[in-house]
Design a protein around this ligand. Structure first.
Ligand code: ADP
Ligand code: MG
Length: 580
């Protein structure tokens, strides 16, 4: 379709709105244009979070020279010509407002070339006024460069955030595009060390791993489902988090309808509900869900930023989504959980022995965890009281990978993490003993002198009493050292000075916030004092640990928040084997 100016009757039908709010909204519009132009490679470069410059290059179809200026006029679009077109929109843009709006508040340079022309056409506009145009040589596609954003609109400049925060908004946006379009290669600031790049080879899981890291994306469950709907069908594809990959908010639920990311409380809620009973309360699943819905079943033209849709049959979509997710969770969750050999903090370098109960799964040991997106750990629907009851009825079957105790319970199979459980038991013991001033101490024959750095000294100055009450027999020694005469008995055979150092360095790998320095230190001592993953346990040791865990006040988590017990519900096992 050639570019034409929309009939006012049509343009007034189209929801108007400000498209240019901040650099990220410009980037969004320009990327959508590039996608609409059929680009397979899009490069985004920004200076100063886009506040100084945004440049977007694509290898799409380009704009014919005689249409370039028209593209910057209001309501000029090549995507809609008649009212009928509005009902079956397949492109991302269609309001013909983006280039117009962007050009009216900045300086824009466009270089664009179509296949049919020998040369590219280059135009510069400032606040909407043409200041330069010429022909030039350039590869097929379009590059738009935006600078001086809001320079003549100080009121709007005020609403911009810091370059850092604008840059983050752009990055988050590109992450969404990467997930949405695995067949397009996106490169954000490729020349910098803060780049984000996808290969565009079409592998959905690969695209997800760019955003979430390999480890997380490998744990996600693939989902593919389709039902009859409207004239064609309703299809759902995507990747959803396992029940262990949860977050404390909804920001990692992405829902797409026909490749467009949308905000839908209803669908997001349907997704969350599918995890009901699988997750601790106040936790939210993660997922990337792509729905393909017949165009006549939706009306995208509700919101100016096109992020909301009105569905003709919302309930049907809602229930399909929920059922598919539930099905995927049931059928995959068992396998996923077994293939989940992670905990960088405790089992990091240990090679695990193959399981005697299950065939060896491909063991991924990914190194790349997107730190700002790293997932929390969770557990099945085990609640404290019922867990305690269940623990008392378990029959121990054995130990696997020298790490987990395997048990049969009346309602399913239980795996108990020996380290996490022991850590919990010791932690509570230390806190209790500390309260009663009853820590067992091992005195050294030869006292040990420890030289301290400034920050370590500061920590000790503040917390000397706590360290002593936890069982460290320490005294100041000169200005830069302490003398250690004894340590908690619990760790006396386990490099106790390292434990002490870990405590006074006051840096910990855990994200859990402890109530006090005392609790945090107790957790460190418990961690160092407990059985490790990889330690072989005798039957009586396992029995003993289980009893202690059952007696613990809070038996379902280690002090760092990891689960101690994972249950494989009998029903889920039956479903997995097709018995139900
Ligand atoms: P809309 O995308 O809603 O049609 P825009 O103002 O974003 O409106 O763009 C106006 C027109 O300019 C588009 O319809 C399209 O024909 C053309 N256009 C914009 N960007 C590109 C691009 N990167 N490649 C090819 N054509 C483009
Ligand atoms: Mg557009």
């Amino acid at each position: 379709m050639a570019i034409n100016i929309l009939d006012p009757k049509i343009s007034s039908l189209i929801a108007a709105g400000e498209v240019v709010e901040r650099p990220a909204s410009i980037v969004k519009e320009l990327i959508e244009n590039a996608i609409d132009a059929g680009a397979s490679r899009i490069i985004i470069e920004t200076i100063n979070g886009g506040l100084d410059q945004i440049s977007i290059s694509d290898n799409g179809s380009g704009i014919p020279q005689k249409e370039v200026l028209m593209a910057f006029e209001r309501f000029s679009t090549s995507k809609v010509q008649s009212i009928n077109d509005l009902h079956a929109i397949q492109t991302l843009g269609f309001r013909g407002e983006a280039l117009y709006s962007i050009a009216s508040v900045s300086q824009v340079n466009i270089i664009t070339k179509v296949a049919a022309n020998e040369l590219a056409f280059q135009v510069t506009l400032n606040d909407g006024h043409l200041i330069d145009s010429s022909q030039t040589s350039y590869p097929e596609g379009t590059t738009l460069t935006i600078s001086n954003l809001f320079d003549n609109f100080p009121a709007r400049k005020k609403f911009l955030k810091s370059p850092k925060s604008e840059a983050l908004k752009i990055k988050t946006l590109i992450q969404k595009f990467i997930i949405s379009y695995p067949f397009i290669s996106f490169k954000l600031n490729p020349q910098t060390n803060n780049s984000l790049m996808s290969n565009g080879e079409g592998d959905f899981r690969e695209a997800i791993s760019v955003v979430y890291g390999h480890e997380n994306s490998n744990q996600m469950i693939s989902i593919i489902d389709e039902i009859e709907f409207g004239n064609s069908g309703l299809a759902l594809t995507g990747f959803i988090g396992s029940i262990f990959q949860h977050k404390s908010n909804r920001t990692h639920i992405y829902i797409y309808i026909n490749d467009r990311i949308i905000n839908s409380r209803a669908l997001s809620y349907a997704f969350e509900q599918a995890y009901h009973g699988f997750m601790p309360s106040k936790k939210f699943p993660i997922g990337i869900l792509k729905l393909r819905i017949p165009f006549e079943e939706i009306d995208v033209n509700v919101h100016p930023a096109k992020t909301e849709v009105r569905l003709v049959n919302e309930n049907k979509v809602f229930s399909m989504l929920q059922k598919s997710v539930r099905k995927a969770l049931y059928s995959e969750s068992l396998v996923r959980k077994i293939d989940n050999p992670r905990s960088p903090i405790y089992f990091g370098n240990k090679k695990q022995n193959p399981s005697i109960f299950w065939p060896i799964q491909s063991q991924n040991h990914p190194t790349d965890v997107a730190n700002d997106l790293s997932f929390g750990f969770g557990k099945l629907d085990i609640y404290e009281t019922s867990l305690k009851r269940s623990l008392s009825q378990l029959r121990i079957l054995g130990q696997i990978s020298s790490t987990y105790i395997v048990c049969e319970g009346h309602d399913g199979l239980y795996l108990i993490d020996q380290h996490a459980s022991h850590e919990r038991v010791l932690f509570e013991d230390i806190i209790n003993r500390n309260n009663k001033n009853d820590m067992e101490i091992q005195n050294f024959l030869d006292p040990f002198v420890l030289d301290l750095e400034e920050s370590q000294k500061e920590f000790l100055l503040e917390n000397m009493d706590q360290m002593i009450s936890l069982g460290f027999v320490i005294q100041e020694f000169g200005i830069d050292s302490i003398i250690v005469r004894g340590v908690p008995k619990l760790i006396s055979e386990r490099k106790p000075i390292d434990t002490l150092l870990e405590i006074i360095n006051n840096k910990s790998l855990t994200s859990i916030k402890f109530e006090s320095v005392l609790e945090k230190s107790a957790a460190t001592i418990a961690c160092h004092g407990s059985v490790r993953a990889g330690d072989k346990l005798e039957m009586n040791q396992m029995e003993h640990l289980l009893v202690q865990l059952q007696l613990a006040e809070n038996s379902n988590n280690c002090p760092h928040g990891r689960p101690t017990v994972v249950k494989f519900d009998s029903k889920a096992i039956e479903i997995s084997f097709g018995r139900r």
